[in-house]
Design a protein around this ligand. Structure first.
Ligand code: FCB
Length: 438
């Protein structure tokens, strides 16, 4: 059973999360092409060559979707603004795009939902991708411009602002592993992106503070790195992956440096004078968002180039993504972040959830127990002294799961992509019971 809200501290925030490209429909409202549109249009990148052109048609159905957030009993809604909708060529404003987000935040206010805004959840305008995207330092300043335009329009009505969603995905997954747009497999591109995405965060924080915006943070993702054995080389493999995934961004932001184990491979490829950007990157934040899904098991791969590691399948039950269900990892990261990095700063779980092969008429009981396990992990962390302030489920709706297309279903609400009919799943009803007041 999902723990009831009464078993969390007073004022704990419960929310549902989405992202623009995954639900809105990038073909509507004068949006320009993003690098996800072009990535999806290239054979082999995305399952069934699916794109976000229509997605959940949230651009037109947003009112119904906000009603579903409210009716579930959530307090807050985490959403993102699409850069290519607001600035179709990366620079020029599309008034229709800003109008859309204006309606959306007013719609939240009308329903008493607290808006948690993420500025960048991956829809980089293709025109900026043409100029090198996150390999190009200029993109960081263009992101600052985008930030200002969004905040001037809706900043008065959002409760919190996150600059970037999951820099590891933006940089490593997309420029080294080649799995997400722009699909590069190049260590130099990856090193540049690892640094520039943090610089973009720093530029945005500076501009947000100058505008007087309050409650600023970033959303980082964490993936528990287990060693395949206790042999020294496997312990090293897990430690290197931990440095790249879990320490690079947090250490830069909260300690003003990069971890040596990651610099071993990346230092030769970082942009010149990267050290001088660290003070901007390490500006004080008001909160940190934590996205957590799973763990991976790492072994040494001595015959490959740095980082010379490979993944080994794990024994635990898996979701539709093939990700092991491991709630202990969430508790572990929350306590580790508090102890080593954030030290009392408010934390939010900004994403956690699972994909399941759901049908509108079959109860997703497995998702209920997934949520129960991760709520419990959050409560254990709170009991251990972590300043955790809220928990957002990923995701409100089944949606465009990036390179996995529409096949993987993370929603509390089922979406029939032929008709766009929304059907709340059993887990939505279970959460509604857990979130009911009195
Ligand atoms: C996260 C992303 C989110 C979604 C979930 C499953 O990495 O932030 O957009 O795809 O994974």
């Amino acid at each position: 059973m999902i723990p009831h809200r009464a078993s969390f501290p007073e004022g704990f925030v419960f929310g549902a999360a989405t992202a623009a490209y995954q639900i809105e429909g990038s073909s509507f409202g004068g949006a320009g092409p993003s690098h996800w549109d072009t990535f999806a249009a290239t054979p082999g990148n995305v399952k069934h060559a699916d794109s976000g052109a229509i997605a959940c048609d949230h651009y037109h159905r947003w009112a119904e979707d906000l009603d579903l957030v409210k009716a579930a009993g959530f307090d807050a809604y985490r959403f993102s603004t699409s850069w290519s909708r607001v600035m179709p060529d990366g620079v020029t404003i599309n008034p229709e795009g800003l109008d859309f987000y204006d309606r959306l935040v007013d719609g939240m206010a009308a329903r008493g939902l607290r808006p948690f805004l993420t500025l960048y959840h991956w829809d980089l305008p293709a025109a900026l991708s043409d100029k090198g995207g996150w390999r190009n330092r200029e993109t960081c300043h263009r992101f600052g411009d985008f930030t200002e335009e969004v905040i001037r329009r809706i900043g008065d009505r959002v409760e919190t602002v996150a600059t970037i969603n999951e820099p590891w995905c933006v940089a490593w997954l997309s420029h080294f592993l080649g799995a997400h747009a722009p699909g590069l497999r190049d260590i130099r591109a990856a090193a540049r992106a690892m640094h520039h995405i943090l610089l973009a965060h720093g530029v945005a924080i500076e501009r947000l503070r100058a505008l007087g915006q309050k409650n600023l943070g970033i959303v980082l993702n964490f993936d528990h790195a287990s060693p395949a054995s206790d042999r020294a080389e496997d312990l090293r493999a897990a430690a290197v992956q931990d440095a790249i995934f879990n320490r690079w961004f947090a250490q830069a932001i909260f300690q003003g440096s990069y971890p040596d184990l990651a610099l071993e491979g990346l230092a030769p490829h970082l942009p010149p004078r990267w050290q001088s950007d660290l003070p901007l990157i390490g500006q004080k934040l008001d909160w940190l968002g934590v996205n957590y899904y799973t763990r991976h098991i790492h072994a040494a791969a001595p015959d490959t180039a740095w980082p010379a590691t490979r993944e080994v399948p794990g024994p635990l039950p898996k979701t539709q993504m093939g990700w092991e269900i491991y709630p202990e990892g969430l508790q572990g990261f929350l306590t580790r972040l508090e102890r080593d990095y954030t030290k009392g700063l408010p934390l939010y779980v900004t994403e956690n959830g699972m994909a399941n092969d759901d049908h509108a008429d079959i109860p997703d009981t497995v998702r209920e127990s997934f949520i129960a396990g991760h709520f419990q992990a959050a409560q254990n962390a709170i009991a251990a002294g972590v300043n955790l302030r809220g928990f957002f489920y990923w995701s409100l709706l089944d949606n465009y799961e990036w390179a996995e297309g529409y096949e993987k279903r993370f929603g509390l609400v089922h979406v029939d992509y032929n008709t766009q009919v929304r059907t709340p799943k059993a887990s939505w009803h279970a959460l509604q019971r857990a979130l009911a007041r009195n």
